[in-house]
Design a protein around this ligand. Structure first.
Ligand code: ZN
Length: 459
């Protein structure tokens, strides 16, 4: 190679020209799902195998070249947004489902496999991979692992961390760590996979994953209910967990202003009146179609008789069910307003009402045209908030203060499931002690001493 050779030349030589995108091929791509501006980076590398990921990272290490890993680009904290001087490592050509073992209840999947494809492929075999979230059509298994994704079924099946049995990852210097465990139990020393789950690609690049599967449920029941108070919403949750014999799989609460605006003009058709203070979307998954349905109906009816809920609608078809979920999952009518800031906090359920009331009040006082929409996975202690100041300008840090500062008194977290990325870095210390931060830094220093993987993210 000549003296003028660059890291990009070295990557092209090692992986082939079709594996490395530059110039127009790169700028045609959007920065992320959230940011339509053209991608700016040194190049984008698309390895096909773990060995090629290893080669890519080894070359980048040699050139002291910073790398940012990208999956489906749907992350909410700008962690995968490249910088002009970075190389993007995309897992898009590593999307195979390598093996499904129905007996063991495992699937071996490459990092770039899209979540929905994995879900559907397994469903055809009578198997359930229960992680589910709004971005299912684009987000990847590798991204789900790197961010320890949560979503709508966590109350029953746990977060991504609970669904990963083993994985393979490549370290900053190109070393492949293969920890493809298939067993639920394995206490032979440190559980190394945890180093790569939820660490947002800062300690290694996940390339393959052994997923934990469940039998596909044969019955599913859904209801959208209206409630007069948050107290009723938390009371209903306790009742459902007790009376539905462990089949409750989702419990999503929407504050009234969220429901009103997403079902307003140009929004979803409202299946219930729009002036209730709270709404909850609940779903069960069971194995006994006949008795499950009867039990579900009874529990909802009893909640109505006991005045826990004030109105309810039960979908009669899959398309009606989908329409209910759209109210919860498709909120473009709010996010298309500019500016709009998205949050993902966690705190005890018993404090949620007071917390939300305070933030909504503070937002409205700060910006007379402003609004704060609250909804989320209440059973997991996880709320999402959208803050729309209602005036043009950059109010992100002001908005952050209004949302994050009150969390201290509840010992809440600035990130329940989205991670830290770039956006929340200034607030990491709000949810972690100095000792915890020091241990995080020492792990980073050990595994990636020259800070080459996703630099400037998380820690
Ligand atoms: Zn969520």
């Amino acid at each position: 190679m000549s003296a003028q050779a660059t890291v990009v030349d070295a990557l092209i030589e090692a992986l082939g020209a079709d594996a490395v995108l530059q110039g127009e091929a790169l700028s045609q791509r959007a920065t992320s799902y959230w940011d339509a501006s053209p991608t700016r980076a040194l190049a984008l590398v698309r390895p096909r195998t773990t060995a090629e990921v290893s080669q890519t990272l080894a070359i980048c290490a040699q050139w002291r070249q910073p790398v940012v890993t990208q999956g489906g680009q749907t992350g909410c904290t700008q962690g995968g947004d490249p910088r002009a001087e970075e190389i993007i490592l995309s897992t898009e050509r590593m999307a195979a489902i390598e093996e499904i073992d129905p007996l063991a209840g495992t699937a071996t999947v490459q990092a770039g496999a899209v979540l929905q494809v994995v879900q559907e492929t397994l469903a055809e075999r009578g198997l359930l991979f229960p992680l589910d979230l709004g971005a299912r059509g684009s987000c990847t298994i590798g991204g789900n692992v790197a961010t320890n994704a949560g979503g709508i079924n966590v109350l029953r099946y746990g977060m991504m961390r609970n669904l990963v049995l083993g994985l393979e990852a490549v370290l900053a210097d190109g070393t492949v760590v293969s920890s493809m465990n298939q067993m639920l139990k394995n206490n032979a020393g440190y559980d190394l996979k945890q180093l790569f789950i939820g660490t947002e690609g800062t300690l290694g690049v996940v390339t393959r994953v052994v997923l934990r599967l469940f039998p596909l449920p044969s019955s599913r029941h859904t209801a959208l209910v209206a409630l007069d108070s948050f107290e009723q919403a938390s009371h209903l949750l306790r009742t459902l967990q007790r009376d539905l014999a462990g089949t409750l799989s989702a419990y999503e609460v929407m504050w009234g202003s969220y429901y009103r605006d997403v079902t307003g003009e140009g929004g979803h058709r409202p299946p219930l009146a729009r002036d209730y203070p709270f709404y909850a979307l609940l779903e069960t998954e069971g194995a006994e179609p006949e008795s499950d349905g009867e039990r579900f109906q009874q529990v909802v009816e009893r909640a109505f008789e006991d005045s826990v809920i004030v109105d309810a609608v039960l979908p009669k078809s899959e398309s009606e069910r989908r329409a209910l979920w759209d109210i919860r999952e498709n909120f473009e009518i709010i996010t298309s307003r500019e500016p709009c800031y998205l949050y993902d906090v966690s705190l005890p359920i018993s404090d949620m009402d007071a917390y939300a009331e305070r933030v909504v009040g503070d937002v409205r006082r700060q910006w007379p045209e402003g609004e704060c929409y609250v909804f989320g996975h209440v059973a997991d202690g996880n709320l999402h908030l959208f803050v729309t100041p209602g005036v043009e300008g950059n109010f992100h840090s002001q908005s952050d203060r209004l949302v994050y500062e009150p969390l201290t008194q509840y010992r809440g977290s600035v990130s329940a499931e989205h991670g830290i990325g770039v956006e929340k870095m200034p607030w990491l210390g709000h949810s972690r002690t100095e000792t915890e931060l020091a241990l995080m830094r020492s792990l980073k220093q050990t595994l990636d001493p020259s800070s080459q993987l996703n630099p400037g993210r998380v820690i």
